[in-house]
Design a protein around this ligand. Structure first.
Ligand code: HEM
Length: 105
């Protein structure tokens, strides 16, 4: 599904914003998600990634994020991101739509 930007904005605020920003290069608990689409995993300069995230070697796209966000610990065993995942397809589609737009600004 294509995803709804406004709904995705709410998901981001509720589930991601405590650890990530998307609109600047700020580091919180997690690395910035600005510029995420097309970026190789584990490559934000200066962020102290786990070995697992650093060595995953995946390019973040709509498709890879869709799978990662379903179950982060399954996709990257050993990740230090404490997040259970988003089981609902629509929720992930909406969130990724929002990230696609905001991370490209
Ligand atoms: C890593 C997205 C929620 C903390 C990542 C990465 C992505 C991501 C794509 C990999 C970044 C990269 O390879 O450069 C998201 C999204 C979230 C979310 C979309 C909401 C649905 C959270 C939450 C926390 C968190 C709630 C904190 C409790 C982290 C940390 C890492 C990370 C610490 C680095 C993991 C490591 O080095 O092993 N996140 N995240 N994230 N995230 Fe999240």
């Amino acid at each position: 599904p294509e995803g709804d930007y406004e709904k995705g904005k709410k998901v981001f605020k509720q589930r991601c914003l405590q650890c990530h920003v998307v609109d600047s290069n700020a580091t919180k608990t997690g690395p910035t998600l600005n510029g995420l689409i097309g970026r190789t995993s584990g490559t934000v300069p200066g962020f102290d990634y786990s070995a697992a995230n650093k060595s995953k070697g995946v390019v973040w796209t709509r498709e890879t994020l869709f799978e990662y966000l379903l179950n982060p610990k399954k996709y990257i065993p050993g990740t230090k991101m404490v997040f259970a995942g988003l089981k609902k397809v629509d929720e992930r589609a909406d969130l990724i739509k929002y990230i696609e737009v905001e991370s490209a600004k």
